[in-house]
Write a protein that binds this ligand. Sequence first.
Ligand code: EPZ
Length: 426
Amino acid sequence: MDKIKIHGGRRLEGEIPISGAKNAALKVMAASLLTADTLRLSNLPHLVDITTLANVLAQHGVQIRMNGAVGGGHAGRVLELTAAEITGTRAPYDLVRKMRASVLVLGPLVARAGHAEVSLPGGCAIGTRPVDLHMKGLRALGADVELREGYIHADAPNGLRGAEVVFPVVSVGATENVLMAATLAEGETRIVNAAHEPEVGDLAQCLISMGAKIEGVGTDTLTIQGVPRLGGAEHTIIADRIEAGTYAMAAAITGGDVELIGARAEHLSSVIEVLGRAGVTVSETERGLRVARAGDRVQGVDVMTEPFPGFPTDLQAQFMALMSVAEGASMITETIFENRFMHVPELSRMGADVNVHGASAMVRGQAGLTGAEVMATDLRASVSLVLAALAAEGESIVNRVYHLDRGYEDLEAKLSACGARVERIK
Ligand code: EPZ
């Protein structure tokens, strides 16, 4: 299994191109199930998760062309997806287990084919992560949804009907599943307390290009007028705000100065505000954002994760790495997932001083960290260890690199180009 070796202590300086957003790309790919015509997507990131979803979609009959070639195991930057016919409506455990986002085929399949069988994804490292809201939303649209033998069975042989769907908590995935399903339902659907993460907005924009009628994009109420059919479209995936935020923190933790090409300030407003309070300057440039640390050390700042536009849970671990070398203390509270502090024991092995009490972690900043051999059990936790290693004295080895490969394209190359000493050990 690959590892990443990092020799810490080098300032990052230069520019980093930000890839297309994984969490937007996956949903937009699932939307290809809604039409018999071709959906042409560009700016897709080169990531294992993209390939996993391509395999799921292929099982349902989606023809996939990557940069002009048919089939193949790896996602290209341009992908053409054509679901001329839905040939299978079952998403098996083996594939869904690998990647929870596969559950996003549920809404499109039941809307287009009248039937779907999708394995329950099960828990994962960061929490139990139920899908009750996905099911509740589809039931409201008239689908008959039940759980049998580990699978969600959804049926709507006579099509879905528009309805009001009120979510008790904000869920990105449930909003997306219901949004996709509602585009082909008869009549009007209103999704109240909808997630308005930029990735949901990107999906909505793609659906609109396909002919969907959606109002309220970017707000917490989405109104959808169902249409009988959707058509093909061309769509460019937005830049990955979480990747951008991660490299912003890499620049900050090394006292560097980095331009993030393609990053958008409006997707990172809470992060920019928090970094500003910590003493990190983030300014807009013509091509993206420039991030530079002003003082010798960052200042401790308290943070609470929240749905967009609040501070993203997907940057909590990286921010904790940064706070572990801050001047003063920082209280970090995780409100989205119940078990998202797996990076704490590993950061502690590098010298971080972190105490977890329930959903909050008290981080007492240290003057420095030391290199160590570490590993983590999910994507963002893993990258937080990379950040800590960049700042640590000496050498670190980050194990289980496959987590990083799920969400960070060319991580070593992007960091090395800015002066970091990072290498992959095969
Ligand atoms: C998306 O997950 C992202 N994944 C996650 O990114 C991200 O952390 C999360 O949104 C929050 O922003 C993808 O987009 C593929 P949710 P999702 O439904 O949609 C509870 C990463 O590192 N909930 O918004 O699964 C749930 O347990 C990943 O890239 C229910 O109770 O998240 C959680 O506490 C990790 N019932 C909260 O809602 C449901 O039916 C928010 O989850 C659904 C969710």
